[in-house]
Every structure is written in structure tokens, then in C-alpha cells.
Ligand binder design. Structure first.
Ligand SMILES: *[C@@H]1O[C@H](CO)[C@@H](O)[C@H](O)[C@H]1NC(C)=O
Ligand SMILES: *[C@@H]1O[C@H](CO)[C@@H](O)[C@H](O)[C@H]1NC(C)=O
Ligand SMILES: *[C@@H]1O[C@H](CO)[C@@H](O)[C@H](O)[C@H]1NC(C)=O
Ligand SMILES: *[C@@H]1O[C@H](CO)[C@@H](O)[C@H](O)[C@H]1NC(C)=O
Length: 462
């Protein structure tokens, strides 16, 4: 090889090296996998050559060049967006539910690229574009895109077929063959969701016997004995009103006593009672908690209801200001006002000057919350909702948003129709969601049945 050729080849090799190192640097800069726990995770999975991202974490859109772009949907419910167009991060393609106390609220991505609540209010997940429901909240099943009540009373999940339960309530097993809820074989089993005769956990007050797998009772007045074993009680696991005795059993405390060291030595009293010589004695009218002085006279420390503590006498006296909901120590200042009044800095309650107003926070002449059936106007006045039986019409008097108890809103006609008898809220005129006090909801029909004496259903216990 001539010197000239050699120089040429070396140059080419150098160039190649340079190009290779540049593209390697490029690739490493292009895709980085983030941990899910990262602050704002972007790429979940990079291509093997590191040139681009293949899958982004929720909340990002994948651009055509393989970059993850954070979604930025500024329309209402935009925070529900979990996937968007990588070229236009303001256009949402998938939304996620919001979980709350009563279950989940489902959202779906509309054709406009916005997140909207699922059309069916019991739906927790519905399809993008169509809004057809795919899964419903507890007690409801998604059938043909809408939620219907599960046929069996104890059924929690029946998506696909209301007669086929896939998850049953406490102490029951969803039989995959019949789709029915069967009582756990063991009468004291709380969870047999895996198999009807396989208990995963026992009722409170029972423990699983290791040899037989059966649920066996703890000591009387005891809620847990997993460590101590059957017939005994775990330390400090006695029911309220029972005390943990050194023998490992629970002893019944004396009257009005919540916790005790023995039958005769109370350590904590019920509301309205204080400890006097190891027993619970009444604290006196309106007093929630007290101590007793040397002569056995109660010294109140906390008053209940609309009374306050008179510091001099250590007794509860009516709040000294009118219209107090409750008052602060020494009873001269309100701690809260009754409906239709606002609290002044001085601790007095001033009447809202606007009619049909339930709350006026900073200015008595400006309503902040109307009474049922009214709305607050831009100037802080109130006006009646015009739709019959409408309870809430925040935006306009003729646009009802929810109806009074016992009625449900038909969004198509903007009118309120009556729920079935004895029903507080319903999903349609035949299907109750929550029954009035003293009634229970029958799963199969969705109607409310009257509680009978001795009925142990939760809805029927006082
Ligand atoms: C989100 O979009 C809005 C309007 O399109 C824009 O003003 C804003 O800068 C964007 N925010 C981010 C973080 O990109
Ligand atoms: C909602 O449904 C979609 C499609 O069936 C599914 O991929 C997603 O995991 C579901 N989301 C939830 C929160 O159940
Ligand atoms: C299932 O248990 C409940 C009590 O939890 C009882 O009222 C009912 O009769 C039982 N059903 C069957 C079929 O044993
Ligand atoms: C609304 O205010 C008017 C005038 O004060 C009163 O007659 C009416 O009873 C009020 N309605 C309700 C529901 O409070």
C-alpha cells in the first residue's frame, strides 16, 4: 500500500468512526426509559436500537418520530386524559376514570379529542368515541353498552350478563358455572372468593384453625385472636365495652365504659361520661367530656351541640350569640352558624340578606349557596329553578342539573320524573339506586322493599 493510499484508508476509517460515534450519541439521546415512579415519566419501552420510543407511559402521546409528548388537553376534564395524539397533544385519544367514595366515574375520549363523562352514570369505563359502557360500578353490570342492576342481591360485579355474577359480596362465592352467589361453606368465613370451601379470612371474632382451615371463635367480646388462638384474645383486641384482662380473655366493662382493665376498673368512658373512681359518671347536660374535682363535681372540658363551655363554672351553657350552630369555648363566640347565616369576624351570626339563600360567606348581600330549587345569579341574588321538581340549576334557571330527592333528571327532555316508590335516587323510573330510610333495595327488580322487624340487612338496621 502506498503512503497516499494508506492515508486515504485511514481517513476513511476515521470518518467512519466519527459517523458511528455521532449516531451512537444520537441514539442514546433519543430514547431513555423512565421508571413509572419518575416525576413525569415519558417512555416506557425504547426500541432495541435506542433510536426511538415504542411505548409511552400514560399521559403521553407517541409522535411519529418516536418521542413521547406530554398530553396537554386544556378542555374540561382534560386531567383525565391518559393518551393523546403525539403530533397534537391537545387531542385526547383515551381517558381514565376518577375514583371516588361512591365508586368510579368513567370518562371517554370523544371524536373531538376531549374527555367526557360516560353517558351512563353508573359506568366506570366506557369505550372511546362511542361511550358504550364496558364495566360498571358495584351492583351494576354493563350489558349492550349500558349499566343494568345485577339480578342477585349480593352480586357486586355482573358485567356482560346481569344474571351471571362474577364477584359476590361478603361471605359469598361467585360460582363460575351457575353465575350465582353461594354462601361460603364455612358459616363464619368472610372471604371465599377463590373457592366456596376455601376460606381466605374469617369474620371478626373468629380465627382460622391451622389444621382444619375452619373458622373458630375467639373469646367472648373479642374481635381478633389470630395470634392468641381460638377461645382467647389478642392483646388489646376486645370489642368496645370489653377490656383486655391479663388472663388473655375479655371482660365486660361497667356501664358507659368503653375500655377497662378489669370489670371494676374503667379506663375510658363513652361520650357524655367521665371517669370517677374507676367508673363512668354523667358529665351533666350537653357536656361531652369531663373530669371530676375532689368533691365529685363534673368539670366539663368539651360541650356538644349548640352549647359552649362556661369557663367560670365549667358547665355547658347555651351559646350566648343567636343562630350559632355550635360555639367556641366560653360560649360567647359562634364556631359556626345555622343555615341562612354567615359568621362575622366577631363570632356573631348575621342573616344572609338574600331570600332563599343557604350560605353567604363574606357578604350578607351576596349569596354563595342557594337553598334547594334555587340558583345564585351573577350579582349574588337567587332565583328559582323553573323546571318542576328541580333541585339544582346552577347555570340557568331553565337548565336543571339534578332533581329533588325521589326524582331523577331526564337529560334529553330536561325534566324531572318520579323514581319508583320509596326511592331516594334512581337510574330510571323502574330502577332505584338508593331507597328511602326504612326500605332496602331488591337487586333483581331494583325496587325498594319495606324493612321488616328484625331484618338484619344494613339498610334496615336503625
Ligand atoms: C398547553 O397548551 C396551551 C394551549 O394550547 C399552551 O398555551 C400551553 O403552553 C401548553 N402547555 C404545555 C406545558 O405545553
Ligand atoms: C377500560 O377498558 C379498556 C378497554 O376494555 C381497558 O384497556 C382498560 O384497562 C379499562 N380501564 C379500567 C380502569 O378498567
Ligand atoms: C346464606 O347465608 C345467609 C346469612 O348470611 C342466610 O340468611 C341464607 O339463608 C344462606 N343461604 C343459603 C342458601 O344457605
Ligand atoms: C323563597 O323566598 C320567598 C320570599 O322570601 C319565600 O316566600 C319562599 O318560601 C322561599 N322558598 C324557599 C324554598 O325557601
Amino acid at each position: 500500500m502506498s503512503a497516499r493510499h494508506f492515508r486515504g484508508a485511514a481517513l476513511a476509517a476515521l470518518l467512519l468512526l466519527a459517523v458511528a460515534s455521532v449516531s451512537a450519541a444520537d441514539a442514546s439521546a433519543k430514547c431513555k426509559e423512565d421508571e413509572e415512579t419518575a416525576d413525569a415519566p415519558r417512555c416506557q419501552r425504547c426500541a432495541p436500537d435506542g433510536s426511538k420510543c415504542l411505548q409511552c407511559w400514560p399521559g403521553n402521546g407517541l409522535s411519529s418520530s418516536g418521542a413521547c409528548v406530554p398530553c396537554n388537553v386544556t378542555t374540561e376534564h382534560g386531567d383525565r386524559c391518559i393518551a393523546c395524539d403525539g403530533e397534537d397533544p391537545s387531542f385526547c385519544t383515551e381517558c381514565r376514570p376518577r375514583f371516588g367514595m361512591g365508586g368510579a366515574t368513567g370518562y371517554y375520549a370523544t371524536a373531538e379529542g376531549e374527555c367526557s363523562t360516560c353517558p351512563d352514570s353508573y359506568c366506570k369505563n366506557c369505550s372511546s368515541l362511542s361511550g358504550a359502557c364496558t364495566s360498571c360500578n358495584r351492583w351494576w353490570g354493563a350489558v349492550d353498552g349500558v349499566c343494568r342492576p345485577c339480578a342477585q342481591e349480593q352480586c357486586l360485579q355482573c358485567d356482560g350478563d346481569v344474571n351471571k355474577c362474577t364477584e359476590c359480596g361478603y361471605g359469598r362465592f361467585a360460582d363460575p358455572v351457575s353465575g350465582r352467589c353461594l354462601n361460603c361453606t364455612d358459616p363464619h368465613c368472610a372471604d371465599c372468593s377463590e373457592a366456596v370451601d376455601k376460606c381466605a379470612s374469617c369474620d371478626s371474632g373468629y380465627t382460622q384453625d391451622k389444621a382444619s382451615g375452619r373458622c373458630v371463635a375467639c373469646a367472648q367480646g373479642c374481635n381478633s385472636c389470630d395470634t392468641a388462638g381460638a377461645g382467647r384474645c389478642d392483646k388489646d383486641s376486645c370489642d368496645s365495652g370489653w377490656g383486655f384482662a391479663s388472663s388473655g380473655a375479655c371482660v365486660r366493662c361497667s356501664a358507659h365504659c368503653l375500655d377497662c382493665a378489669s370489670e371494676t376498673k374503667c379506663t375510658s368512658c363513652d361520650t357524655g361520661f367521665g371517669l370517677l373512681k374507676d367508673a363512668c359518671e354523667s358529665c351533666g347536660t350537653d357536656c361531652d367530656a369531663c373530669m371530676f374535682d375532689g368533691s365529685g363535681k363534673p368539670q366539663c372540658t368539651s360541650c356538644g351541640g349548640s352549647s359552649g363551655l362556661d369557663v367560670a363554672t365549667k358547665t355547658c351553657v347555651a351559646c350566648k350569640q343567636p343562630h350559632c350552630l355550635s360555639c367556641m369555648e366560653d360560649a360567647s363566640k359562634c364556631a359556626g352558624c345555622i343555615e341562612g347565616y354567615r359568621m362575622e369576624a366577631s363570632g356573631a351570626c348575621e342573616a344572609c340578606k338574600v331570600a332563599n339563600c343557604s350560605m353567604c360567606d363574606d357578604d350578607a348581600a351576596k349569596c354563595t349557596l342557594p337553598v334547594e330549587g334555587y340558583r345564585v345569579t351573577a350579582s349574588g341574588g337567587t332565583e328559582a329553578c323553573t323546571v318542576d321538581r328541580c333541585g339544582w340549576c346552577a347555570d340557568a334557571p331553565d337548565k336543571c342539573e339534578s332533581c329533588v330527592t325521589g326524582y331523577n333528571l331526564d337529560t334529553n327532555t330536561n325534566s324531572c320524573y318520579a323514581c319508583p316508590a320509596n326511592c331516594d335516587s334512581c337510574s330510571n323510573k323502574d330502577t332505584c339506586l338508593t331507597c328511602a330510610d326504612g326500605f332496602w333495595r331488591q337487586g333483581g327488580t331494583g325496587l325498594c322493599e319495606k324493612c321488616q322487624a328484625g331484618d338484619t340487612r344494613t339498610e334496615c338496621s336503625p
